[in-house]
Design a protein around this ligand. Structure first.
Ligand code: FAD
Length: 241
């Protein structure tokens, strides 16, 4: 029953928020949005949407130092539970979500009420990065190479890889092999998955038994393999922070 699920989810959110407010206060967490500047009459740049892309664009423009940048976001502050990886499931279908649903399909989601399912997109500081699952998988090299082949110089995987590496602070084993695909010192912390469920172990083992290799999804081989997950590490670092 969807109503019962919503009620249980709302109660869980209240409980988790209560718990987290105590913990975050204890560790001296201060809210990043309390330093509010008055709105000026003129800006050099106005960025609409404070999600993964918008927040980074605005931050990079502001780094210049003299430009006045306004970042407009339709949603509110990131809720407390967005700090904890794994609690993102509580954020879907709540205040931080646009609460879209898929159009009822004739051939899809037939087992669901109204033949449609929720389609979460973040409506909150940090956008969808505040409610996402933190799995770090770059686009496939063939897509980038294809874009270049279509007449877009500079978009091949070889050309964009240095920027992926520059953005990354990789906490996995760093050797000649991994250093070809991973970077250190960037703002985005990434690490091989620290914990996985018994089912996930079983899935990897089954893949190996079928002859697939277990590989780094952002390394040399991106397909024809089973991939060990990589995720942003520590507390959930979304673009709004
Ligand atoms: C539940 C979920 C799990 C995911 N898991 C992963 C994952 O594990 N790994 C991964 O790589 N990707 C994941 N993704 C996808 C990833 O988070 C998104 O692709 C990415 O965040 C999109 O970035 P964006 O900047 O394009 O949009 P968003 O981050 O969604 O930002 C758009 C922002 O614009 C705001 N906005 C829209 N219209 C207006 C307006 N008119 N005025 C002001 N503001 C407006 C929105 O509120 C939103 O904050 C997941 C996404 C979801 C929803």
């Amino acid at each position: 029953m969807p109503e019962m699920r919503t009620l249980v989810q709302s109660m869980m959110v209240v409980l988790v928020r209560l718990l987290l407010s105590g913990i975050l206060k204890e560790v001296g967490h201060t809210h990043p949005y309390h330093d509010i500047h008055p709105i000026r009459p003129v800006y050099d740049f106005i960025v609409v949407g404070g999600g993964s892309a918008g927040a980074v664009v605005a931050a990079r423009l502001a780094e210049e130092g003299t430009w006045r940048v306004l970042l407009l976001e339709s949603g509110g502050e990131a809720p407390l539970e967005s700090h904890v990886p794994g609690l993102n499931l509580l954020l879907s279908q709540g205040d931080a979500d646009w609460n879209y649903r898929t159009v009822p399909g004739k051939q899809s989601f037939l087992a669901f009420t109204d033949d449609s399912i929720p389609y979460p997109r973040g409506r909150v500081a940090g956008g969808s990065s505040t409610i996402n699952a933190l799995i770090y998988v770059r686009g496939n090299r063939r897509d980038f190479d294809n874009w270049e082949a279509m007449g877009n110089p500079g978009w091949s995987y070889k050309d964009v890889l240095p920027y992926f590496k520059k953005a990354e602070n990789y906490h996995g084993e760093f050797n000649n092999e991994t250093a070809r695909y991973h970077g250190r010192g960037g703002p985005l912390s990434v690490e091989p998955k620290r914990w996985r469920s018994p089912v996930a172990y079983g899935f990897l083992k089954a893949g190996q038994q079928l002859g697939f290799k277990v590989v780094d999804p952002n390394g040399e081989e991106q397909i024809d393999s089973v991939q060990q997950g990589q995720e942003s590490s520590g507390s959930q670092l979304h673009a709004g922070r």
